[in-house]
Write a protein of this length. Structure first.
Length: 187
């Protein structure tokens, strides 16, 4: 409504600038929505979604990623989303913090478990930051804590190691039927 009022006022330069900003916001919101939960994940599954995301990450970041992935059958939505979101966070952290120019992503499947490994050859996490995360689960930001929460929700295991040669994120999620999952949690 304000843009229409602005148009009526005759200030076309301000209107054009505002419309351009609005178009950018809409475009970025769509991109963010697709990155948070790409329709591809629901449509064709985890394998294709991971390949698509890693290819886009390489283009956007300039970081070379060696991808080792097997064809994964459809898994429960919560498992696919968890693996996908942890991968996103791990790669985002590499881009923002590691300083490394290469990374490795491995996604392996067995009927009893899915395993994700993300490794970089960057500078590693600052020792105080890493120690705080290891002891309390917090590290100043929401990324690592969010990873831990997501993995805990699916009874998975998250292990992070980091030193001056890089960081390694290792995730293992058991693949047990939903009924057995509820029984094992006493639900």
């Amino acid at each position: 409504m304000e843009l229409h009022q602005l148009a009526d006022s005759g200030n076309l330069q301000l209107l054009e600038s505002s419309l351009k900003t609005l178009d950018t916001c809409i475009s970025e919101t769509r991109t963010l929505s697709h990155l948070l939960h790409p329709p591809l994940l629901d449509e064709v599954g985890l394998t294709s979604a991971v390949q698509w995301y890693v290819e886009g990450f390489v283009e956007r970041s300039g970081i070379k990623v060696a991808l080792d992935i097997v064809k994964i059958p459809r898994l429960p939505s919560i498992i696919e989303t968890t693996v996908f979101r942890v991968l996103q966070e791990a790669l985002t952290n590499i881009h923002r913090h590691s300083g490394g120019r290469t990374a490795e992503v491995s996604l392996q499947y067995r009927p009893s478990q899915i395993a994700l490994n993300v490794t970089d050859q960057g500078k590693g996490m600052p020792k105080a930051h890493f120690d705080r995360f290891q002891s309390s689960g917090t590290a100043g930001g929401v990324g690592l804590a969010g990873m831990r929460e997501r993995i805990n929700e699916v009874s998975g295991d998250l292990r992070i190691s980091s030193n001056a040669k890089g960081t390694h994120v290792k995730v293992a999620i058991p693949l047990i039927p939903d009924g057995a999952r509820h029984e094992s949690r006493g639900l």
